[in-house]
Design a protein around this ligand. Structure first.
Ligand code: HAM
Length: 442
C-alpha cells in the first residue's frame, strides 16, 4: 500500500502547471497551408513529367535494415559515417535506420520482388528522407526527394533521358534560366581501382599538408579528398590524376553517347572532371543540376549510373541509372524566382441569412461540379469580414448571396482580380458564367 503512505506533492504554482508548448525537431519543418499550395503545384508538375516519360510510381518503407545503407551507400561515406538516424528495434534488437535516400530501398525492393525479371523498369518514388546534418538554408534533417530509377537499362540513352526529363521540368516550372547541368564519368570498377591507386600515390606524395579528414580518408575513400573544402589542399587537389583521363574504351563510348544525346536534344551541359558525388554506388555517368541562387546548397538534383549496386545487395547483375531531386531546394528556387503563381480558388462565396446560406451551398457545389475550386464562407461574419476573407483566399471572384439574391435565386458576382464588372446571374447559370470568364492573370 505504498501509494497511501506517500505524501501528496505540494500544489504546483499555476504557471508551472501549464504545459509548455512543444516545438518541431530542429531541421524538420512544417509546411503550412500558405506554402503547401506551391508544394502541390510542384508535385503535380513533377509527376506529370515523369508520366510523360513512362516512369511509374513505386513506394518503399521509410525504415530499412541499417545494413542496407551501409552496404549500399558505403561504409566510409558522410551519410553512413555520421548522418543516419539509427535505432534498435525494441522487440528483437535489429538495427534499423530512417532512410537517408531512396535508391538502396528501391534496389532492395526490386531484388525482393524480382521486379526486373521480365523487363526493365522505370520507377519513381517520393517522400521524406532523413540525414543528421547541420541545418541551414536548403539543408535539413528531414527533407523531401523525388527519386527516379531506371532499372535494367545499360545504354547511355536512359542516362540522357533522365537529364532531359529534368531539363523539361525546369522549363515547365520557369526556372530553367537559373540551373546548369554538370556531368562526369567516374568509369567502371577496374578504372576506379587504377585511379584510386594513382590518387593514393599522389596524396601520399603530399602527406605533409593533408588535414585530419584527408588523412582518415586516404586509404578508406581517397576520392572524397577531391571534395575537400580546405583552401590549403586546393592546389594539390587540382593537380590530382583525373579519372576522366583514365577511362577505358567502353566507358568512354558510354560517356560520348550521353553527351551526343544531350547535344542532339539541345540540353546544355558542362563536363566537370571533379564531380564525384557523395554516395559510393556510382559508376560511369554522374550528373548534377546546380543553381547559384541558393548559396552553398545549390544542387537541386543529382544522380548517376550504379551498375554494381544490385549485386552488392545480393541481386543479379542489373545495370541502372537514377537521380533524386530535392523538393525543398526547388521550392526555395521557385520562391526566389517568383515564377510560380499561387494556387487559389476560382470563387469565394459570401452569404448571410438562412435562405441565402442554403442557396450559397448549392452554388458552391455547382461550381465544384463544373471542376472549379470554390470556398464557401463558414463561421458567419459580417459582409465586410467575409469580403476580407474572400480577398485573402486569393479567389478570382467573390460570389455574394444575401436576402435579395436568395429570394430571386441569383448570385451577385464581384471580380476581385483580373478586372471586369460586377454582375448578377441565376445560380443555375453561375458555373457557366464564371467558366466563360478569361483566366486570371495571377
Ligand atoms: P543526393 O545527392 O544525396 O543523392 O541527394 C539528391 C538531392 O537531394 C540533392 O541534390 C539535394 O537537392 C537533396 N538533398 C540531399 N540532402 C539534403 C538535405 N539535407 N536537405 C535538403 N535537401 C537535400 C541521392 O540521394 C541519390 N539517392 C540520388 C540517386 C538516385 N542516385 C541514383 N538514383
Amino acid at each position: 500500500m505504498t501509494r497511501a503512505t506517500v505524501a501528496p506533492a505540494p500544489e504546483a504554482p499555476a504557471a508551472a502547471r501549464a504545459p509548455r508548448a512543444l516545438q518541431a525537431v530542429r531541421g524538420m519543418n512544417d509546411v503550412l497551408p500558405d506554402e503547401a499550395g506551391l508544394w502541390e503545384q510542384v508535385e503535380d508538375a513533377v509527376r506529370g513529367v515523369f508520366r510523360q516519360y513512362g516512369y511509374r510510381n513505386l513506394r518503399v518503407p521509410l525504415v530499412e535494415p541499417t545494413a542496407l545503407f551501409v552496404r549500399g551507400i558505403g561504409e566510409y561515406t558522410d551519410v553512413v559515417e555520421k548522418e543516419m538516424y539509427t535505432f534498435e528495434d525494441r522487440l528483437n534488437g535489429d538495427s534499423l535506420t530512417l532512410r537517408p535516400e531512396a535508391t538502396a530501398g528501391i534496389v532492395r525492393a526490386a531484388i525482393e520482388h524480382n521486379l526486373t525479371y521480365e523487363r526493365p523498369q522505370r520507377v519513381w518514388t517520393a517522400g521524406p528522407m532523413f540525414r543528421h546534418e547541420r541545418p541551414q538554408k536548403g539543408r535539413y534533417r528531414q527533407f523531401h526527394q523525388f527519386d527516379v530509377e531506371a532499372l535494367g537499362f545499360a545504354g547511355p540513352d536512359v542516362d540522357a533521358e533522365q537529364m532531359l526529363m529534368l531539363a523539361r521540368l525546369w522549363k515547365a516550372l520557369g526556372v530553367a534560366e537559373g540551373i546548369t547541368l554538370s556531368i562526369n564519368s567516374i568509369g567502371d570498377a577496374p578504372e576506379r581501382v587504377a585511379h584510386r591507386a594513382r590518387l593514393i600515390e599522389h596524396f601520399e606524395r603530399h602527406a605533409a599538408i593533408l588535414d585530419d579528414d584527408a588523412k582518415r580518408r586516404l586509404h578508406t575513400n581517397p576520392l572524397r579528398i577531391l571534395d575537400s573544402k580546405n583552401p590549403a589542399l586546393q592546389e594539390m587537389v587540382a593537380a590530382a590524376p583525373r579519372l576522366l583521363d583514365l577511362l577505358g574504351a567502353s566507358s568512354r563510348a558510354h560517356f560520348d553517347g550521353v553527351q551526343r544525346l544531350l547535344s542532339d536534344h539541345g540540353v546544355a551541359f558542362r563536363i566537370e572532371a571533379r564531380l564525384v558525388r557523395g554516395l559510393d554506388y556510382y559508376n560511369r555517368t554522374v550528373f548534377e543540376f546546380v543553381t547559384d541562387r541558393l548559396g552553398a546548397q545549390g544542387t537541386v538534383a543529382g544522380g548517376g549510373r550504379y551498375d554494381g549496386l544490385f549485386e552488392q545487395l545480393g541481386g543479379k547483375p542489373t545495370p541502372a541509372c537514377g537521380f533524386a531531386l530535392g523538393v525543398e531546394r526547388l521550392i526555395l528556387l521557385l520562391q526566389e524566382s517568383g515564377s510560380v503563381a499561387r494556387a487559389a480558388p476560382l470563387a469565394y462565396i459570401v452569404h448571410s441569412g438562412d435562405a441565402a446560406s442554403a442557396l450559397a451551398g448549392r452554388a458552391a457545389e455547382s461550381l465544384r461540379d463544373a471542376g472549379h475550386a470554390a470556398v464557401l464562407n463558414a463561421g458567419g461574419g459580417s459582409f465586410k469580414s467575409q469580403m476580407k476573407r474572400a480577398d485573402v483566399s486569393g479567389a478570382r471572384f467573390a460570389v455574394l448571396i444575401g436576402d435579395d439574391e436568395a429570394a430571386a435565386g441569383t448570385a451577385t458576382v464581384k471580380p476581385l482580380r483580373g478586372g471586369g464588372e460586377q454582375f448578377t446571374v441565376p445560380v443555375a447559370e453561375l458555373a457557366t458564367a464564371l467558366s466563360a470568364s478569361p483566366p486570371s492573370p495571377i
